[in-house]
Design a protein around this ligand. Structure first.
Ligand code: PMP
Length: 337
């Protein structure tokens, strides 16, 4: 038994029970662990689906160039698919992203252009604008546009949602997902609600992002927007892939809580996951009073901890941001003083 190429190994990721950090939570908490995908993130699923749909509709032609503004994980999925399918890849990303993520994209032969984070999306220097310009100027190029390309949501409607339903034998009662483009929560949430309309879908948002306020008031409030550290979730605009009707509520998590919970997941559950996994679990703990003993909660862990080695898995990084002030100093830090 073998797979014909690496792309065939995408999906069918494990569902793993949390036992320690969720002790105070009533019910069962299961993690959909997307780190086993070849690019170590859930984004492989939608990358392959976006390419397949673009090929089918003639937008992406043989020998073409794939362009995308990506924080890394989508780029990784696109880059891997491009290797197998023979496309060139050019990505624009922001200087907020970890160096590990950018180097990993380059490892697959992709070209990466780093743009400033704290400029408006409409600013010509933003990673959105730069990628649009490259698409206009490079012949036979196609911009994947993960935020508004609904193939993204569809990938999770066709794969992630059904996998969660089958793996829980239909017992899932809550889906908890960090929201960035919105593809994961909208696709998986829609599928699960079609199977059982009583399932609750909770979106995890960052302070500095517009989603929660928009869901609660219908107002796009620019005052909600400010720089934050948590990677992969929250936005300063409304992507088409966020289906606000599928999402029952949003919960905001601070950078500190997200970072420390990410670290705790490794230390207490032995699961080496990315920053948005920490945000999702921290958000779930904030909402724990809404749960009962019979509930079965599925939390999506989008990506792998290796991409955050210089960040929340690095004690100096945590301390510089004041995230460790309540903790006793470790031997390493005492000796360095
Ligand atoms: N976590 C991480 C690490 C991500 O890269 C992303 C994608 N931006 C998300 C969460 C959010 O997933 P989605 O885009 O499907 O909403």
């Amino acid at each position: 038994m073998w797979h014909n190429n690496i792309l065939e190994t995408i999906g069918n990721t494990p569902l793993v029970k949390l036992n320690s950090i969720t002790k105070q939570v009533k019910g069962t908490v299961l993690v959909k662990l997307e780190t086993t995908n070849p690019g170590n993130s859930i984004k492989d699923r939608m990358a392959v689906k976006m390419i397949a749909d673009a090929e089918a509709s003639g937008l992406l032609k043989p020998g073409g160039t794939i362009i995308e503004g990506t924080s890394g994980n989508t780029g990784m999925g696109l880059a891997i698919a491009a290797v197998i399918k023979g496309y060139r890849c050019i990505f624009t990303t922001t200087d907020k992203q970890s160096k590990e993520k950018i180097d990993a994209l380059r490892a697959f032969g992709a070209e990466v252009i780093v743009c400033p984070t704290n400029v408006d999306p409409e600013d010509p220097r933003s990673y959105y604008s730069v990628s649009s310009r490259l698409e206009r100027e490079i012949p036979n190029s196609w911009k994947a546009n993960q935020y508004d390309n609904l193939s993204n949501t569809q990938a999770h409607y066709e794969q992630t949602g059904p996998e969660i339903w089958e793996q829980t034998e239909g017992k899932v009662t809550h889906l908890v997902v960090g929201v960035g483009t919105g593809g994961t929560i909208s696709g998986a949430g829609k599928y699960l609600k079609e199977k059982n309309p009583r399932i609750k879908v909770w979106g995890i948002d960052s302070y500095g992002s517009v989603f929660k306020k928009y869901k609660e008031t219908g107002i796009f409030d620019k005052d909600e927007i400010y720089p934050y550290i948590t990677e992969g979730i929250g936005e300063d605009f409304l992507p088409k892939n966020v289906d606000f009707d599928v999402i029952d509520c949003f919960e905001k998590v601070t950078d500190k809580d997200a970072a420390l919970m990410t670290r705790d997941i490794a230390r207490k559950e032995g699961i080496f996951a990315g920053n948005s996994a920490g945000a999702a679990v921290a958000g779930l703990l904030q909402l724990k009073d809404k749960l009962t003993e019979d509930d079965v909660v599925v939390v999506v862990f989008h990506d792998h901890g290796s991409r955050y080695m210089g960040k929340m898995y690095n004690e100096d990084w945590l301390r510089e941001r004041g995230f460790l002030e309540d903790e006793k100093l470790t031997a390493q830090t005492i000796l360095r003083k």
